[in-house]
Design a protein around this ligand. Sequence first.
Ligand code: PLP
Length: 220
Amino acid sequence: MSINKEKYEWIINKLEGNATLVAVSKTKPAEDIKALYDLGQRDFGENYVQELKDKYEQLPKDIRWHFIGHLQSNKVKYIAPFVHLIHGVDSFNLLKEINKQALKNNRIINCLLQVYIAREESKFGLDEKELHGLFQLHELNELKNIQITGLMGMASFTEDNDLIIKEFTYLKTLFDKYAGQQTSNLKLQTLSMGMSADFQFALNAGSNMVRIGSMLFGAR
Ligand SMILES: *Cc1c(COP(=O)(O)O)cnc(C)c1O
C-alpha cells in the first residue's frame, strides 16, 4: 500500500470537520484509491476525463468524483452521468455545455467557477471582471441543470508565503462578496482552495474544501 495513512489522519485532524478533503488521485492506481476509501475517504479528485471514467467504472459507486482539471467542452459528455462536482469552470460556454449534458442525463451538475488568483501566466480561470460579468449574464438563469455552488482557485507556486496568503485572502473576499447574491442556480457555499503545499494557509484564509494529492499518495 503506497498511501500515507499517518498523513491522512493528520490532515483530517487539521480540517476539524470545517473543510472537505478532496483526495487528488490523478495518475495513481485504483488500488491506492481503494486503500484510502477503506479508511473512510469518499471524495476523490481527478484531472483527466478518460482516467476519471476508467476509475469510476472500477471503483465503489458511493465515491464522490470531483473533476479538478481543465475541462474541454467536447469531453463533458463522458463525465456528465456521474461527476459530483466540476471545479475548474471558467467560461459561460462550458457552463452551457455542462447544462446540456446534465439535462441529457436528467441530472443537475454542481460547478465551481475557477478564479485566476496567481501571478503565473499559465493558470486558468476568470479574473474579477470576468467573474462579475458572468454573474450579470441574463442567460445564466436559463441553465436549469447546473448549480454554481462555489469558487475554486490556485495560488502561485512560490516560496513566498505572504504572496500565497494574499492570493487566498483575495479569493475569500470575492467569495464573500458574491455569496450574498443568490439566484435559482447560483448559491456560493464552497470555496475550493489549498493543495499539499499550501492548504494550511488556505484553511486560515477561509477555505472549506482542500484538494490534496502528493501528501496522501506520494509524488507523481
Ligand atoms: C494536482 C492538483 C492538486 C493536488 O496537488 P498536490 O500538490 O499533489 O496536493 C490540487 N488541485 C489541482 C487543480 C490539481 O491539478
